[in-house]
Design a protein around this ligand. Structure first.
Ligand code: COA
Length: 721
């Protein structure tokens, strides 16, 4: 075999052996392969070579030199350099042209996908004549562009629907979901699955068989296409109408990318490929420089930065974990910990409590295993990994204990003392408190440097954020170990310093309080919720009261009031609701009515309860501004005080923990996009009308004068606060 081109340090290299060309992708110095400029250059050189080879090459295979990664898509870094739509358009036209040349090679090309094939990676595979995927669990196929506010720009919007049908293609492109090899094969996206252990050998054999005609791609086989139904007259219009309705319902029209995807797919379907590609390139150009895409790209980099270890190399392995308190939260934490491969025991005071917790955890694991179509024996192993007890048996060898008992300082302190006695000297003690300062908990510990806050969000299995709270005494190996644990259980961790409410609840409280003040002023429940969801929040604040529990919000508000003082004026709404026994969804009585567990309309009897304020209607903008400015201003104070360590962390925390509008990039990106001076001016205006709680944070004023940003303009690196 000989390596022919290009240079030995090129990101793609070509070897030809017995008429089979192997194109090996391996970007030097990078953890993943991306379709960067240097990759395009190397591919161009290889294509030229292959076009010139004559009959010496019978077939080609594209493989990756990186374990677990085939191609992770376009280089997202490149998006930050685009200055106008024309730049974006030009960028994807280059990619389209290269893939077109690949598609037109005279011989079959096999995409040998062992690892992730995302975005441009999958588009590269779509331009090949055959897709062979490995059975490795790391092999995943998807088009996540929509999550970055853009669309697949290297032919994906055109080739995918032609290959697997409109409905399946739209589902992939509009959600950005990733498929494993088995599901991809079912859809016809993958022709065949091969064992990872002998993958490259099989890939070469497949290529040779395609060349001599003893094998055919699935799409070319007689029963290749099950999409005939989509060609029934009128069917397509129905599919697109339904998809558009679905998008509008989900995004409220706030995200341009999914609508553009629908447009480009629909228009391109009946035209020649070249025309479809042209539409795609133009749409990509427009989207690539939209404010939504820029915010989402910023969030991608902010999330990546949050995932970097705070003290690399310091982390220790967690081989066993335990959870104390087998309530709903504790049981869910135990379940996802076990799911990540860590045997976990739960302890509760009573046998009933332990039994109930075990059932909750196992039910959750079973549901998730079913959804992921795990084989039975794997599910059984998973369930065995969670145990429940009423004593501290087996705690001696546990590396991490998470307490999730009732929110009571004395109770938690007692639990910490008991856990310290039951565990070995190196065990970490994490507290899942949402209101009690970790410093207060560490005070009573004999190993305070091993006490840390691990604040989960409910529902634990769905919410992607883990807030890690350190005190002045927390050891760096403890923080690093918990950070690695957070990533292992699939969360994005942000590390914050101890302070009342930590970060997420601290900025949420004044926002929620403002909503209660509006109710008190006579604004209707649904008017407030509607205004904030229209602004892009995942749920409205009044609905959120019901979801988290009005009693829980009352308690958190009380604690935060000590800290925030006049910034959190007392509202009578929450107290009266709780006095009336309205706890929210959990007891079926809140600001909204519930029937059979389903949320119904707003409960009109609430108004009398809160003092029958005279009804008044406000423009949505005013409602939005009062609430969001309270949150954004408080976020700046947390940075000023060193609670969070960067604006990027603050953005990740708000978006992933609180459902802050992703297309606005988080509070800090939002400030930077509008300009700190504009935000200060708005706050001063609100301050004059409604009082000093709107007084701009000093750091905000400072930045409005200096012009310094809170986040990197290109979204790349977090700025330390
Ligand atoms: N462009 C630029 N950088 C990328 C990238 C891309 N498409 N995909 C990954 N990276 C970078 C990450 O930013 C990270 O950088 P760092 O080393 O500076 O921290 C590094 O590669 C490793 O990524 P990470 O996410 O930590 O590794 P992982 O093994 O957990 O996950 C992926 C790998 C590919 C699954 C994940 O990175 C991913 O989903 N990437 C985005 C894919 C995507 O959206 N592609 C479509 C682009 S249009």
């Amino acid at each position: 075999m000989s390596t022919i081109a290009p240079r030995s340090d090129a990101p793609a290299r070509l070897e030809i052996d017995d008429g089979i060309a192997v194109i090996r992708l391996d970007q030097p110095g990078k953890p993943v392969n991306v379709l960067s400029e240097s990759m395009s250059d190397a591919m161009r050189e290889i294509l030229e070579r292959l076009e010139a080879e004559g009959d010496a090459v019978r077939a080609a295979v594209i493989v990756s030199g990186k374990p677990g990664i085939w191609v992770a898509g376009a280089d997202i870094d490149d998006f930050t350099r685009l200055r106008g739509a024309a730049d974006g358009e030009r960028m994807v036209r280059t990619g389209q042209e290269l893939l077109g040349r690949l598609e037109r090679l005279r011989f079959p090309v096999v995409a040998g996908i062992d690892g992730v094939a995302l975005g441009g990676g999958l588009e590269l595979a779509l331009a090949c004549s055959y897709r062979l995927a490995s059975d490795s669990p790391r092999t995943k196929l998807g088009l996540p562009e929509v999550q970055l506010g853009i669309l697949p720009g290297a032919g994906g919007t055109q080739r995918l629907p032609r290959l697997i049908g409109v409905r399946a293609a739209l589902d992939l492109m509009l959600t950005g979901k990733q498929l494993d090899a088995r599901r991809a094969r079912k859809l016809g996206l993958v022709d065949e699955i091969a064992p990872a252990a002998t993958f490259e050998r099989v890939a070469r054999r497949v290529a040779a068989e395609l060349a001599d005609g003893s094998r055919m791609p699935r799409a070319a086989r007689p029963k290749g296409s099950p999409q005939w139904i989509e060609n029934v007259p009128g069917m397509r219009q129905i599919i697109f109408r339904k998809a558009r309705e679905g998008v509008m319902e989900k995004t409220r029209g706030l995200y341009p990318a999914p609508l553009k995807i629908l447009d480009v797919v629909e228009k391109g379907l009946d035209r020649p490929l070249a025309e479809g590609l042209d539409l795609e390139a133009r749409a990509f150009g427009e989207l690539s420089v939209s404010s939504e895409a820029r915010a989402l790209v910023h969030l991608f980099f902010a999330t990546t930065a949050a995932k970097r270890s705070p003290a690399s190399g310091d982390e220790r392995e967690i081989r066993q974990a335990a959870v104390v308190g087998a309530g709903f939260m504790g049981a869910s934490i135990a379940a996802i910990t076990a799911e990540s491969g860590i045997p976990t025991r739960m302890k509760d005071v009573s046998l009933e409590g332990a039994g109930r917790g075990l059932k909750t955890a196992r039910d959750l694991l079973t549901r998730r295993a079913r959804r992921r179509r795990r084989p039975k024996h794997e599910t059984a192993q998973l369930l065995d990994r969670v145990q429940a007890t009423t004593e501290y048996v087996g705690f001696r060898h546990v590396d991490l204990v998470i307490e999730a008992v009732f929110e009571d300082l004395e109770l938690k302190r007692r639990v910490i003392r008991e856990v310290e006695e039951a565990t070995g000297p190196e065990a970490i003690l994490g507290s899942n408190t949402s209101t009690i300062p970790i410093t207060r908990l560490a005070e009573s510990a004999t190993r305070p440097e091993q006490v840390i806050g691990l604040h989960f969000f409910s529902p634990v299995e769905k919410m992607p954020l883990l807030e890690i709270i350190t005190t002045d005494r927390t050891a760096s190996w403890v923080t690093a170990t918990c950070h690695a644990y957070g990533k292992r259980i699939g969360k994005t961790p942000i590390v914050v310093s101890d302070s009342p409410g930590f970060y997420a609840n601290r900025i949420l409280t004044p926002y929620m309080n403002e909503a209660a003040l509006l109710l008190q002023e006579g604004v209707a429940i649904e008017e407030i919720d509607r205004a904030l969801t229209a602004w892009g929040m995942a749920v409205g604040p009044i609905t959120l009261y019901d979801e988290v529990g009005i009693d829980v919000a009352q308690k958190a508000g009380g604690i935060m009031r000590d800290e925030l003082g006049d910034r959190l004026p007392v509202n009578r709404v929450v107290d009266r609701m709780v006095d009336d026994g309205r706890l929210g969804r959990k007891n079926g009585r809140g600001f909204y009515t519930y029937a059979g567990g389903e949320k119904k309309g707003p409960d009109a009897s609430v108004y009398a309860l809160i003092g029958a304020p005279q009804r008044r209607s406000l423009p949505p903008r005013e409602i939005q501004e009062r609430l969001t400015m309270m949150m954004v201003n408080e976020a700046v104070r947390t940075l000023e005080e060193g609670v969070i360590h960067s604006g990027a962390d603050g953005d990740v925390g708000a978006v992933l923990g609180l459902g802050f509008a992703p297309f606005r990039g988080g509070p800090f990106w939002f400030i930077d996009q509008n300009g700190a001076a504009t935000i200060v001016a708005r706050l001063r205006f609100l301050q004059a009308r409604f009082g000093d709680r709107f007084q701009p944070a000093s750091l905000l004023v400072e930045r409005s004068e200096s012009g310094e940003r809170f986040t990197d303009e290109h979204g790349r690196a977090p700025t330390a606060g």
